[in-house]
Design a protein around this ligand. Sequence first.
Ligand code: GLN
Length: 250
Amino acid sequence: MTTIRVGHLYPEYLNIYADRGNIAVFQHRTTARGLELAVEPVSVGDELRAGEHDLLYIGGGQDREEELIAPDLAARGEAIRDAVAGGAALLAVCGGYQLLGRFYRERSGVELSGAGLFPLHTVAGERRMIGDCLIECELEPGVRRTLAGFENHAGITRLDEGVQPLGRVVAGFGNDGESGYEGARVGAAVGTYLHGPLLPRNPWLADWLLARALEHRLGEPVELDPLDDELEHEAHEVSAARARARGGRF
Ligand code: GLN
């Protein structure tokens, strides 16, 4: 049986809004296809060996948790960048997304160095950007799909010139409340502010990441069989409708 190897970074620190639920979705969608998912927690001081994981996952947290793990994560910058350059998939949510950029500067002025995977930086602003959020993505040219989720951040994230966002904001704030961009993408690595957790209501993104992870494992192109996602699509619609009811951006 083929096994997809997942490295779950700092699971005991970064799990706000049940971000761990994203792992449960990966698990379900893997076993439903007769594949196996092996999840290894990688926390402060643990080794992250090159090429060992097909998929890396990091959730969100408050500033306090971000401070606790930031030095350890920054020290892994090269290993994480190498993994993604080698084709591994990665999903980073909120606090984890911020710390995979160059730095995150807190309201207090404390600046946390990041892992430097995503070419961006984040500075905490005065208002919290909070509420349901809907974005439109085009990860494959010509294929447009929406992601619905919930955002809650004070961090204002600015992408470097030319960096690909994960999507365009349909309703909500996104990275900074003004550019109309949400998240970032580098290769098969995706960073986003969307919680929820994110994947139960956006199964297409779970499959996109799993397909990339499986390609990394097998070294050949992969197409996953579709699953019955009726409930997931209903959840997506409820969440998308809540975001639209905010009445557009901001
Ligand atoms: N501490 C970050 C912020 O408020 C991230 C919060 C989160 O992960 N929800 O910007």
